[in-house]
Design a protein around this ligand. Structure first.
Ligand SMILES: [Zn+2]
Length: 168
């Protein structure tokens, strides 16, 4: 099976939900949970029949899920949330910063972490914000509902996904 192919999964409202690998996609198809909207040219052969692995599927039922809780808190995802921009000076982000440093009791959580550049990270060091001349562009928040769309768009999406990502 070709593992390079990935499938965009849309909610029943056509809002993008996630991207899955072929194994997960086939499992959704076999359990009749999704309908294919765009097929790839790659075939999956089961014992009984063969069918194309979809590039885009839509769920047959509506999923309501607290997505923010499922998004791993890591550097890549902080970068996606913050659009790869240093939240102190707007230049390209190169690292992440704990606003209240861990050494000063700051938590490792979405609202205390921002993407930042190396220069700002050095200036900030283990100081509190008011002890520096830095200010935040905006207060960091939990990832929004469209986090997955941002994540998908930043990961070289399949051209076949484009029109479904735009409707979001
Ligand atoms: Zn900066």
């Amino acid at each position: 099976m070709n593992n390079n192919i990935r499938t965009l999964v849309l909610n029943s409202t056509f809002r993008p939900l996630s991207v899955v690998n072929p194994k997960r996609c086939i499992s959704l198809l076999m359990r009749d949970k999704v309908t294919s909207l765009v097929d790839s040219s790659i075939k999956f052969h089961s014992e009984k029949d063969s069918f194309a692995i979809p590039k885009v599927v839509v769920l047959k039922y509506y999923v309501k899920a607290p997505y923010a809780r499922r998004i791993a808190l890591n550097k890549d995802n902080i970068f996606i949330r913050d659009n790869y921009i240093c939240q102190y000076c707007s230049s390209s982000a190169e690292s992440i910063d704990h606003i209240v440093p861990k050494s000063r009791g700051g938590e490792h959580e979405w609202k205390n972490i921002v993407a930042c550049c190396k220069t700002c990270n050095l200036k900030k060091a283990d100081k509190l914000l008011h002890e520096t001349h830095l200010t935040l562009l905006k207060n960091p928040r939990l990832p929004s509902d469209n986090f997955w769309i941002k994540a998908i768009l930043s990961s070289s999406p399949d051209p076949a996904w484009k029109k479904y990502l735009m409707t979001a």
